[in-house]
Design a binder for this molecule. Sequence first.
Ligand SMILES: C[S@@+](CC[C@H](N)C(=O)[O-])C[C@H]1O[C@@H](n2cnc3c(N)ncnc32)[C@H](O)[C@@H]1O
Length: 348
Amino acid sequence: MEKQKQTASLHLVSAFLAMEPTDCVMSYARSLGGGSVTVDVQRFIWDHCISKAIGKCHAPYLKNFLKKLILEIESNRDDVLDELYELYSEFMISLKDDNTVKGNVRALKYISFLFPDDASCEDAMVRKMVVPLHCSLNMLEGDTGCSIWPASLFMSEFILSFPDMFSSKTCFEVGSGVGLVGICLSHVKASKVKCLHLPWECASESILQGLKPDIILGADVIYDPLCLPHLVRVLSILLDKTKSSSQLPRVGCDGAIGSSHGHSDGCGSRDVVAACDSAGNAGPIEHPMAYISSVIRNANTFDHFLALVNEANLAITDLTGTLQPASLLPYMQSYDRSSMRLFKLSSK
Ligand SMILES: C[S@@+](CC[C@H](N)C(=O)[O-])C[C@H]1O[C@@H](n2cnc3c(N)ncnc32)[C@H](O)[C@@H]1O
């Protein structure tokens, strides 16, 4: 298959499985068909997207996608595959409501990270890492930790782009949400992943000191001014170099949840993911450091965070622009990387 079609088919399947907006999936379908959704493209969609998703994918999403697909094919006066009509009519009977994002609906999304093997080569194959995750479809319903926020996509790209930075390190994520970052840490050889319920307000100093991570991670955790003092307290204990991993005896990881699958705790996701390598050891690292990915929605909230960081005697560096992760989610049109910021924090 020529390169352009290969890319369009890969993006089509990846976008569909990640439940990207149906218009985005349709654009890849058109591009695969050279401008229209031909019978061959319909067959491809049936074989590689729909038939694999039946019973697993969120049914209203599938129904909505089928509706768009059929309408577009009909409006071009092309033939529609019988299978598409049949499945859509089944949904017409079984699913009365067209609203895909009503209430606190959870769905299984598959996030595909695409690694080009050799970008300079025309026929380069693409390696894929697919992460299934149960998440909320509505960011405004339920706890914020039930959705996948763009900052965790960015943090995941960061980890997967620079695996050596994390592979032999004990890592600890604050505010892990549905756990995508922990799964990526596990992929780069932090083989044991453990979920802790650890509200920042009541995480005791002794528990935090016992964790001794080399690297602390946080994706989209700077947004609530009331929580920020607690978050900064947690960070400053974890970053305290006088009690860091290089100064204190290391605690090994226990064998809790070794998950390479999406995991949602369903309890508001005030959880933390800790990860270490298979031997429970980390590679040499001078002092612990934290990486925080964030969208700055409110400048005052962010300035408040900076002031607290300064009061806590922590150093913060803006790495945006200097440490750019590879773009591993090129099909995800809903993900705006341009608004992402990456910060490094350490103890002064
Ligand atoms: C916007 S979500 C980001 C989730 C995930 N990191 C992502 O980017 O998809 C913020 C996360 O911080 C957690 N969180 C917020 N306040 C917290 C607190 N006081 N203690 C512990 N976790 C908190 C939430 O439960 C949620 O998991």
